[in-house]
Design a binder for this molecule. Structure first.
Ligand code: COA
Length: 240
C-alpha cells in the first residue's frame, strides 16, 4: 500500500481515511485500488463491525483526480478494470453499516462515495456537489442513481445538471445528510454512531441493510417478500 488510504480498527470500528490531502483527497487509480483492498479487508474481518469513511486534511474528497483524466492505457482497459474491481458496488453492498463523516469539499466522486454509505454526518463547513456535467462528463460513481434515491428526484436533477454545490445546512434541509455538527465535533459524532451500531446484532444489521438496499430495486410486493424471507432466515438462525 502506498498510503492513499489509511485503514485502522479499534473496538470493532474500522476507520478508513482518504489520504491525499495535498490534492484534497482527489481519487486517482491508486487510491481506487487501495480503497478496493481496504473495503474487502473490512468486509472479510469478522471483528470489524462498522466503517467510518472520512478524509484527511481540509476536505473529504474533491472527486476524481482531474490530472488522471485520459491517462488510462485505453478506454477498453479502463472499462475492464472498472468491471473487475467495482469498488462502488462493493461499498454499496457491504453487509455492515457504513458512515460517511464529511468535512470540506465532497465533490463528484467524493459526494458519490458519501451517497454509497448508509449514514452521512456533515461538518458545518462541508459542501456537496456533482460538477461532472459542467466538465463535459456525467457522474460515474453512481451519483445519477443514488442522489435521486436519497433526496427528491427533481432536486437531484437540478444538482446534476447545474453542478452547483450546496452547503451542509442545505444538505441537511434536503435530507442528503442525517446530521450537521461543528467541524471539531465531527469525528466524535461519527464515532458515537459507530459505537452504537457496533453493539447491534451483526446479522440483524446485515439483513436490514440487504432488505433496504435490495428492496429499493424491487416492487413493493417483491420487497415485502424479501423482508419476510430475510426475517424468517434471521429467526431460523436464532436471533430475536
Ligand atoms: N483532481 C486533482 N487535483 C485536485 C482536485 C481534483 N479533483 N481538486 C483539487 N485538486 C488539487 C488542486 O489542483 C491543488 O493542487 P496544487 O496545490 O498542486 O495546485 C490542490 O488540490 C488544492 O486545491 P485548490 O484548487 O488550490 O483549493 P481551493 O480551496 O482553491 O479550491 C476546489 C478547491 C475543490 C473548489 C477546487 O480545487 C476544484 O474545483 N477542484 C476540482 C473539483 C472537481 O471538479 N471535481 C470533480 C472532478 S469530476
Amino acid at each position: 500500500m502506498s498510503g492513499t488510504i489509511v485503514y485502522e480498527k479499534t473496538d470493532g470500528i474500522a476507520r478508513l481515511t482518504l489520504n491525499r490531502p495535498a490534492v484534497l483527497n482527489a481519487l486517482n487509480l491508486e487510491m481506487r485500488d487501495e480503497l478496493w483492498d481496504a473495503l474487502r479487508a473490512f468486509r472479510d474481518d469478522p471483528d470489524a463491525r462498522v466503517l467510518v469513511l472520512r478524509g484527511a486534511g481540509k476536505a473529504f474528497s474533491a472527486g476524481a483526480d482531474i490530472s488522471d483524466f485520459g491517462t488510462a492505457p485505453s478506454l477498453a482497459e479502463a472499462r475492464r478494470a472498472r468491471r473487475e474491481r467495482d469498488v462502488w458496488d462493493l461499498l454499496l453492498h457491504l453487509p455492515k453499516p457504513t458512515i460517511a463523516a464529511v468535512h470540506g469539499y465532497a465533490l463528484g466522486a467524493g459526494c458519490e462515495m458519501s451517497l454509497l454509505c448508509d449514514l452521512r454526518i456533515a461538518a458545518d463547513d462541508a459542501s456537496f456537489g456533482l460538477p461532472e456535467v459542467s466538465l463535459g462528463y456525467i457522474p460515474s460513481a453512481g451519483g445519477t442513481q443514488t442522489l435521486p434515491r436519497t433526496i427528491s428526484p427533481g432536486v437531484a436533477m437540478q444538482m446534476i445538471l447545474s453542478g452547483d454545490p450546496i452547503s451542509a445546512e442545505e444538505a441537511y434541509r434536503l435530507r442528503l445528510v442525517h446530521r450537521v455538527v461543528p467541524r471539531d465535533e465531527l469525528d466524535a459524532a461519527a464515532d458515537g454512531w459507530a459505537r452504537t451500531l457496533a453493539e447491534r446484532d451483526p446479522r440483524a444489521l446485515a439483513y436490514a441493510l440487504e432488505a433496504v438496499v435490495r428492496g429499493l430495486d424491487l416492487s413493493l410486493a417483491d420487497g415485502l417478500a424479501l423482508e419476510a424471507a430475510l426475517g424468517n432466515r434471521l429467526r431460523a438462525e436464532g436471533a430475536a
